[in-house]
Write a protein that binds this ligand. Structure first.
Ligand SMILES: [Ca+2]
Length: 623
């Protein structure tokens, strides 16, 4: 159905009136519509700016903003949560948490491209069993590394997943039989898409295309209780957007955020880094920032179309509308782009929810929450009471449904990078970050919203630091946080992480993953290991596919990086791959290992004869 057909529907007053009657007569269960974006900085929503000081609203300069009236209307007519966090601010794990109500390490998807466990029960599954029509449209990223992976076979309760796309940020889509396809070409060799953004229009541009499909589905299912989740791959990069959004902010000049200029290698916490692929050391690229705003504007206009459609069909009152994202985007803050760290612009996500007559309009929820709370909260609001799996998240529906306009307590939630690089406890004011790479960091978001000062050792913060730390420890224990089990977190100033063998993180679906990074510096004449995947990981007489993502920090003359498979019971049976690379070069070593009768095989990756290697991630799968 083309856009003009929806306009016709919207103008069909008779149809709309009929819809209202039908719904009013039945008092049926509320519909649930979730609009989900990817890598969305909360400062780009007007409703968030309205609640902050100008310093925090306009980090890229006075008046540098994108107006979002339709998103703002959700906050005006419903509620806005001001301390809502991604359980893990990276794509796959965050998505695993929002749909399951679990911490990512318990879903099969603790790091990008890992597939969900087969037996995972999502909120969609529960709703489906209770008679809801369930549909998912857009980016999923929970079906392994399939790319694009349209309409995956494993549906996880989403009855209609015709327009589900596993991953990839293609900017133009069209219908292809019963599913969708990319417009343009995909080169598997370099894993890149070829497209011309100038060809994209209001039907083919991905955000528009997915929202049109969403409207078709709502139109189809509007007489039943429905649950639709539309997951828009923007404003994640590549930062391209169709006309007229591509030039809408062309006259806007973006200044460096204060925290960009204030961050140096000496001042950034050990768990962050101003080097590497997310570095913003070279400053902001004006066009990239302008296009990001353009993508946000296009999203807002599409949200407006969806809200208008609900209104025209008499569905607005009985539909819970949620807007959120998988994580933020630093956009130059702390000299970084993208996400993955516990800083606000990375880990905090927008969360807006509207349900007329149930959630008071203009409500502000200040208690800390995380997207593991979403599934129990949503199910509770729909009134569905049976078939709930055990959730880690809390049913926070009371915070939204209570008559008070402003609610907030000191609840502490814990968030993690799900790869043991850092863990954090956060409430509406304080944030404590523990890691294996630095002293504890304690932020006071009220006094220092820029997150530049470590208050951990300030005497007046002793009590709050102890309280946050105790709560973090309790929650890590409760939810079996791997960093706690690894025993390598630094718990006090001047403390150190115990040296121990790096252990791989096991998962399901035949995968084992270590999400690193692990660095090693070797000397001439030495074989130095960055990581050892221990014995017991590999079964006997089995073939494994390995992908080792690495970055070279430089090699001595004649030296090499190596990966080898060793059977400790028979030292002769070893398989070694070596390679060389110049400083800054990155790559993925792909290899197949066939084990023999022994169960003791280990995998070692490192540097031979002098040099420095960073192992970013290892993925192992049975072939
Ligand atoms: Ca993402």
């Amino acid at each position: 159905m083309k856009r003009r057909n929806f306009n016709r529907l919207i103008s069909a007053a008779g149809l709309a009136a009929m819809g209202q009657h039908t719904l009013a007569g039945k008092a049926k269960q509320p519909n649930l519509l979730i609009i989900h974006t990817d890598e969305h900085n909360f400062r780009t929503l007007g409703c968030y700016r309205d609640l902050m000081t100008d310093d925090q609203s306009y980090v890229w300069g006075k008046g540098v903003k994108v107006e979002t009236p339709h998103l703002d209307s959700l906050a005006r007519d419903g509620a806005i949560a001001t301390s809502y966090y991604a359980a893990s601010p990276v794509c796959t794990p965050s998505r695993a948490s929002i749909i399951s109500g679990l911490y990512p390490v318990h879903t099969g998807s603790p790091v990008n491209d890992m597939p969900l466990n087969d037996d995972l029960v999502t909120f969609a599954e529960v709703l489906k069993r209770n008679g809801y029509a369930t549909s998912y449209v857009g980016k999923w990223h929970l079906d392994g590394d399939a790319k694009p992976g349209f309409a995956p076979a494993r549906k996880f309760g989403w009855d209609d997943n015709r327009y589900m796309i596993n991953r990839g940020h293609w900017k133009m889509l069209e219908k292809d039989g019963n599913t969708a396809k990319f417009v343009g070409s995909f080169n598997e060799k370099n894993n890149q898409y070829k497209f011309d953004i100038n060809d994209a229009d209001e039907l083919s541009f991905t955000t528009d295309f997915l929202c049109d499909r969403t409207l078709e589905i709502i139109e189809r299912d509007k007489t039943k209780p429905f649950c639709v989740m539309v997951s828009i791959p923007d404003p994640h990069g590549p930062n391209h957007v169709r006309k007229p959004y591509d030039t809408m902010f062309a006259d806007m000049h973006f200044e460096n955020p204060h925290t960009m200029d204030a961050s140096t290698e000496e001042t950034v916490p050990g768990w962050s880094s101003i080097k590497g692929k997310n570095s913003a050391e070279k400053g902001l690229k004006q066009e990239q920032m302008q296009w990001y705003f353009g993508m946000v504007k296009c999203i807002d206009d599409n949200v407006g179309r969806i809200l208008n459609y609900l209104e025209s069909q008499g569905l607005a009152d009985n539909t819970i509308v949620v807007f959120t994202s998988d994580h933020g985007d630093l956009m130059g803050e702390h000299k970084k782009h993208n996400k993955g760290v516990p800083f606000e612009a990375s880990a905090k996500i927008p969360f807006l929810i509207r349900w007329p007559g149930h959630i008071p309009s203009g409500k502000v929820v200040r208690s800390a929450q995380s997207n593991i709370d979403f599934a129990p909260m949503a199910l509770s609001m729909t009134g569905v009471k049976t078939g709930w799996p055990d959730f880690h998240g809390r049913d926070t529906s009371g915070d939204y449904l209570s008559p008070e306009k402003d609610v907030g307590d000191d609840r502490v939630v814990y968030i993690t990078n799900a790869g043991s690089r850092w863990v954090a406890a956060v409430n509406r004011r304080y944030k404590l970050v523990l890691s294996p790479s630095d002293d504890p960091w304690l932020f006071d978001l009220k006094k220092d919203p820029d997150e530049l000062i470590n208050f951990y050792t300030h005497p007046e913060y002793k009590e709050i630091a102890e309280k946050m730390q105790a709560e973090l420890m309790a929650q890590m224990e409760r939810y079996a946080e791997p960093a706690l089990a690894n025993g390598n977190l630094i718990y006090e100033t001047g403390g150190s992480a115990p040296q121990q063998e790096n252990k791989a993180l096991s998962s399901s679906e035949g995968y084992v993953v270590d999400s690193g990074p692990h660095a090693v510096k070797g000397e001439p004449g030495q074989w130095a290991r960055a990581i050892t995947v221990p014995g017991g990981t590999f079964e006997a007489n089995t073939a494994y596919e390995l992908a080792v993502e690495w970055e070279s920090k430089g090699l001595d003359a004649g030296a090499a990086f190596f990966a080898n498979f060793l059977d400790p019971k028979n030292k002769k049976a070893k398989q070694t791959e070596t390679w060389t690379a110049v400083v800054g070069e990155t790559g993925t070593l792909k290899a197949v290992l066939k084990t023999s009768g022994s169960k003791g095989w280990t995998l070692h990756v490192g540097v031979r004869d002098g040099g420095e290697l960073l192992v970013k991630r290892i993925k192992i799968k049975k072939k």
